[in-house]
Design a protein around this ligand. Structure first.
Ligand code: ADP
Ligand code: MG
Length: 394
């Protein structure tokens, strides 16, 4: 599944349609609140410019559901991109048709054009072939650098590849390379840390990783369902009763393989998930009936950290506790520090997990922070991402 990239194709003077993920948060005044996703594609844009390509960017923003939403126009994004590039970025109000065609035709080598929010068109999410063909008609080459939407088979993420030679940008390449190294050729021991809210969100990931990893460390809300499967009472904790049986099967499958599937031994509990609520650390066999599990305990965190310290490859998805509330962030922080300190290859995926690592100031010390929450999860589930599959094989 090695894919061609911008390095493998002639881009000199070509008009290049680049799918980017500029789905950035906006302020109330409609300015870009966080430009991480815009900065993430600058390496690809710099390379395309160097090659003298004429660059046509296409992205979605928010969920306009096939209708024009004034507050979701890409003008603020064009302004911020222009600032980052130090040049004017032309923005048009359409993606197909005469206005877009004329603007694309008028591009000089190295110039950048940004099309309108592609999800203003209902055809985008339907992957309408005619819409894809008209989008493709603007350019001679297609580059996908939007890993965050690679799990969607939309016109601008997959459909256009039927009409143009399609290659990966550097961001896409980096995502695929790191995630593949975890799944296909990890240096061992390979340790997976899984947490977050629910087992049901991560079943596919657990199942796919179970046969690949040396240790699987479970925390977060989903840990409660595993604790229940082991027969512990979890009080008023977040619990998926209908997944207790499945958690039991996963524990049994891991035991049959002789694989270490670790669940918390101690937890931080409180009557309410608030910063003010009195809290205590208890063993998992003594969770009070009126309490809820809000974080893994220090003994569990230390044990997990020791496993991570001995890993050559770590993949982490899902916080260990309700880290948004400071008193319940300790478990997640301890794990984040352990992952940051691990000398092996470390990959963190999932929107909240990446946010936690960034908030804790540890982002620089992780080998790869995946920019695509849903896409990285589907990748870890072992599923083929339509936006990746559509690219030319190397
Ligand atoms: P990611 O976005 O990294 O994939 P998830 O979205 O699956 O992670 O889960 C993140 C959420 O899980 C956070 O909002 C966090 O508060 C919540 N969470 C973690 N531990 C618990 C817990 N013990 N009880 C309830 N919610 C939890
Ligand atoms: Mg999340």
């Amino acid at each position: 599944m090695v894919k061609k990239t911008v390095r493998d194709i002639d881009l000199r003077g070509k008009r290049v349609l680049v799918r980017v993920d500029f789905n950035v948060p906006l302020t109330a005044a409609s300015e870009v609140a966080d430009d991480t996703r815009i900065r993430a594609v600058l390496p690809t844009l710099a390379y395309l410019k160097e090659q003298g390509a004429r660059i046509i960017l296409v992205s979605h923003l928010g969920r306009p559901k096939g209708k024009v939403k004034e507050e979701l126009r890409l003008d603020p994004v064009a302004r911020r991109l222009g600032k980052l590039l130090g040049e004017k970025v032309t923005k048009v109000d359409t993606c197909i048709g005469p206005e877009a065609e004329q603007a694309a035709a008028a591009l000089a080598p190295g110039q950048v054009l940004l099309l309108e929010n592609v999800r203003f068109y209902p055809e985008e999410e339907k992957n309408d072939p005619d819409f894809a063909r008209r989008l493709a008609a603007l350019a001679e080459v297609y580059v996908n650098d939007a890993f965050g939407t690679a799990h969607r088979a939309h016109a601008s993420t997959a459909g256009v590849a039927a009409y143009l030679p399609a290659v990966a940008g550097f961001l896409m390449e980096k995502e695929i390379t790191f995630l593949r190294r975890v799944l296909e050729s990890p240096e061992r021991p390979l340790v997976a840390v899984l947490g977050g809210a629910k087992v049901s969100d991560k079943i596919g990931v657990i199942q796919n990783l179970l046969g690949r990893v040396d240790s699987l460390l479970i925390g977060g809300g989903m840990g409660n369902t595993f604790l229940a499967a082991k027969g512990y009472a979890v009080g008023r904790s977040l619990l998926e009763e209908d997944k207790i049986g499945l958690a039991g099967e996963l524990l049994a499958a891991a035991a049959a393989r002789g694989m270490a599937l670790l669940v918390p031994e101690d937890v931080v509990v409180a009557k309410e998930a608030t910063a003010e609520a009195p809290r205590q650390t208890v063993g998992v066999d003594e969770i009070p009936a009126e309490a809820m599990v809000c974080d893994i305990g220090p003994a569990t965190a230390a044990k997990y950290a020791a496993v991570i310290a001995g890993a050559r490859t770590v993949v982490w998805n899902g916080p260990m506790g309700i880290f948004e509330i400071e008193p319940f962030a300790a478990g997640t922080r301890r794990i984040a520090e352990a992952v940051a300190a691990c000398p092996g290859l470390t990959v963190v995926g999932g929107g909240d997990s990446v946010a936690a690592v960034e908030q804790m100031g540890l982002a620089e010390r992780i080998s790869h922070l995946s920019t695509g929450g849903g896409a990285s999860l589907e990748f870890l589930e072992g599923r083929t991402l339509p936006g990746v599959a559509a690219l030319l094989d190397a």
